[in-house]
Write a protein that binds this ligand. Sequence first.
Ligand code: CA
Length: 228
Amino acid sequence: MAANILIVEDEPAIQELLALNIIQAGHQPIRALTVEQAQLIMQDTIPDLILLDWMLPGMSGIEFARKLKADEISKSIPIIMLTARGEEADKIRGLEVGADDYVTKPFSPRELNARIKAVLRRRAPQMTEDPIDAGGLRLDPTTHRVTANNKTIDLGPTEFKLLHYFMSNAERVHSRSQLLDRVWGDKVFVEDRTVDVHIRRLRLALEASGHENLIQTVRGAGYRFSAQ
Ligand code: CA
């Protein structure tokens, strides 16, 4: 699944290089030259990952990282800091404000992609292509197939994404608005009850193999995928 990766970098040449890298890695770059631009973009789209330059005009990258991590909506977005300063003290400062990783400029495309992949795998496993096994189901993002006892379960595209998200974040309770954010992404005009409709369809599809109880309703809170 392609991840939306927000690049906040004021040097156009470096930004271009980063965007090309991200496209080659199969993801979708979103570009901002300043923190102000990034904040405007984030009013509409919550990115899956942020590549954040340290030295920016106006608010610095490190200040922005601190702000993002203090905000309920943005605190779970993984951040990779970019910097020309390779000193250990800076690295520690970056990680202290909540950045997930750190890349020193000039960086090699291979190193950058490896770090993006590692951070996404850790923080947003549904963005990687690794198959997931949970509760007797196997979901393969590469082939877009879900199987139970070696039989394929028919799922619509939204149900597939929903199940992928659930299986990547098993046992955790997700509110409807969290699911809208993480599964529907930038389509912010979708109503909460749309989530219920797709949950119903997902359960119906899982009934065929007797796995519908994996999707649990948590009263007053939301939904959970639980294999227990
Ligand atoms: Ca800069």
